[in-house]
Design a protein. Structure first.
Length: 88
């Protein structure tokens, strides 16, 4: 998890995964840090429209801004939702 992924992150992922790969992307940290700049929306949009079967991933018990954002991504580029369980 990084607050500021490299500038070419979304394009690099699209190039690598657009051959039918499924990807789950957890943007919760990004939303918490950079909610106002729309970075998570841009990343999901670039990757999803680039041909990657993309689903959002959430942590068990997620609340707040990221859960709200996930509603806009759910089933947009592929059906499903990644759920991260507690460690252990």
């Amino acid at each position: 998890m990084v607050a500021n992924p490299p500038a070419g992150f979304a394009n690099d992922i699209t190039t690598s995964w657009a051959v039918g790969g499924l990807m789950a992307l957890d943007g919760s940290y990004n939303v918490g840090v950079t909610w106002l700049d729309g970075g998570i929306y841009q990343s999901f949009g670039t990757i999803g429209t680039g041909g990657v079967s993309l689903i959002p991933a959430i942590e068990h018990g997620e609340t707040g801004q990221y859960l709200h954002a996930v509603k806009t991504f759910a089933a947009r580029f592929a059906p499903g939702l990644g759920l991260e369980g507690p460690a252990g």
